[in-house]
Design a protein around this ligand. Structure first.
Ligand code: PLP
Length: 493
């Protein structure tokens, strides 16, 4: 199966190359030429598989130039019981007969990014070996908080790679910051940026597109790649857990095979929910895909009106990993919905770059609306949702999941609903305690772990408990204009 650029369908490369390159030179994202199908019997067979087998099956449909042994090695190395706290990396919890939660935060960094970033470095290094390149891969990451740590953890001491993470200096929580700045590993670097996530993301994209920078790297024996969700190697592992949740619910007798499930997805860069749409295109019996945004509700407006307009105030919210005004993966949806029309997609993206907005034609809008619903929660509603989930179901959710929960509880469907839970409540303890009622008047976020634990009885994840006494290794920050310079310094160029 070939991969093409969303901005130039003539660019055709293998899946391994797509994962190594990350982003196409024309600025487009790589997409498979067509979406493969999973047969009804394969779907049924999944009910008896463990997560690793499910992952291997889904990945084999997309990564056709990887051998069976390579995929086996990647999935088995990634989804271990040690890293994911048991044999169910993505368990489904039942709230009541209609509502379920898919918990995606049992990995090493307690956010759903681990689901992809534990396997993506393996897919990447396998791809590099195939191409027999001797260059060191440089991973540049822009993070709104969770990707950075998950990528650092995934690439830590992976041979043949170096990773540098840029995060918005004042845009992440204390826990998130400490997770990153205390990162171990010989090949890791972390840099704060004076700006928000979009500044970090634009900065990284600019570096990728700067021929002067890439030439200098190449001379030094380096080549760039990206671990952001613009990389296909990030996206494809996320398709797996939609199937896995479905198979689990068939297995438990909660649904019959063929029944439709709605998925409600707390959304920022549109990666997670796009993976759900791809699962549906492959044959997963999904009903509505519900895009849940926080106060930065550019996607809600887009799905409702067809106008994507980032010319608006940017808010720093209690769900920081969704504080995004440029949702990169939407480009992939536009590509599919326009019938793989690279010219049209290029036009939209040019207009986004020039004017900060674009509007899709009514045919595309109709198609989008037939698959997606959208809603958002403001700050107050998010906190209230945390309280509501706790009061009603004795279930503790983080603020990102709470955005999904609020949106889920506010629309009617005949289908059962699965809310994607994207972070452990312990990653954002302050808002969680505010939601369920309790004292948050402490000196630092880490004291909140004990308060939350005493109140709810939910265990503190070991990787977070350790942070309290961890030493920060990386305390530097820079202006966004200095990002290329920081890359040179990191690489010793
Ligand atoms: C990244 C993230 C999201 C948003 O996911 P996208 O793929 O960017 O839409 C939601 N919640 C949490 C906790 C995250 O880390």
């Amino acid at each position: 199966m070939n991969y093409v650029s969303t901005r130039d369908s003539k660019v055709k490369i293998s899946s391994a190359q797509a994962i190594v390159r990350g982003l196409s030179a024309d600025g487009g994202l790589f997409m498979p030429e067509s979406i493969p199908e999973l047969s009804a019997s394969e779907l049924e067979a999944m009910t008896d598989m463990d997560y690793r087998q499910r992952a291997k099956l889904v990945l084999s449909k997309f990564l056709t130039d990887y051998t069976d042994a390579e995929l086996e090695s990647c999935v088995c190395g990634a989804y271990t019981a040690r890293k994911f706290g048991g044999d169910a990396p993505a368990p489904v919890k039942k709230l009541d007969d209609k509502n379920y939660v898919l918990e995606l935060w049992h990995g090493p960094t307690c956010a759903f990014k681990d689901m992809a970033l534990q396997i993506m470095p393996r897919l990447l290094t396998t791809a590099v070996k195939k191409g027999s390149s001797d260059k060191t891969i440089v991973i540049l990451v822009a993070t709104s908080g969770d990707t950075g740590k998950a990528a650092l953890e995934g690439f830590c001491d992976v041979e043949g790679t170096k990773i540098l993470v840029f995060y918005p200096k004042s845009g992440v929580s204390e826990v998130q910051k400490k997770q990153m700045t205390s990162q171990q590993g010989k090949n890791t670097g972390v840099m704060g940026v004076d700006g928000n996530f979009d500044d970090c993301q634009s900065g990284v994209k600019r570096i990728f597109g700067d021929s002067e920078v890439t030439a200098r790297l190449e001379k030094g024996g380096y080549v760039f790649s990206s671990a952001n969700s613009i990389n296909w190697g990030r996206l494809v592992p996320q398709v797996v857990y939609y199937f896995s949740a479905y198979a689990d619910l068939v297995g438990s007798g909660d649904i019959k095979i063929g029944d439709k499930l709605d998925f409600i997805v707390p959304t920022g860069n549109f990666g997670d929910i796009l993976a759900g749409y791809i699962a549906k295109k492959m044959g997963l019996p999904a009903g509505k895909l519900v895009c849940a945004s926080n106060k930065n509700n550019v996607l809600t407006d887009f799905i409702e009106t067809g106008v994507y307009d980032k010319n608006r105030d940017f808010f720093t919210t209690i769900s920081p990993s969704m504080d995004i005004l440029i949702s990169s993966n939407l480009e992939r949806l536009l590509y599919i919905m326009s019938g793989y029309d690279d010219k049209k997609v290029s036009g939209y993206m040019q207009s986004l770059a020039d004017e900060g907005k674009y509007s899709v034609d009514s045919e595309i809008l109709k198609k989008i609306q037939s698959e997606f619903l959208a809603g958002f929660a403001n700050e107050q509603q998010t906190v209230a949702a945390i309280g509501d989930a706790y009061a009603r179901y004795n279930y503790v959710i983080d603020p990102h999941t709470a955005v999904g929960y609020r949106v889920a509880m506010n629309y009617h469907s005949d289908n059962k609903k699965v809310i994607l839970s994207t972070a452990s409540p312990y990653k954002f303890p302050k808002s969680v305690i505010e939601g369920i009622g309790g004292n948050t008047d402490v000196d630092n976020e880490f004291e909140l772990f004990d308060i939350l634990n005493e109140k709810t009885g939910v265990a503190v994840p070991a990787s977070l408990a350790r942070l309290k006494n961890a030493v920060s290794r990386f305390n530097d920050s820079c202006e966004k204009e200095q990002m290329p310079q920081k890359v040179y310094e990191f690489l010793g160029l």
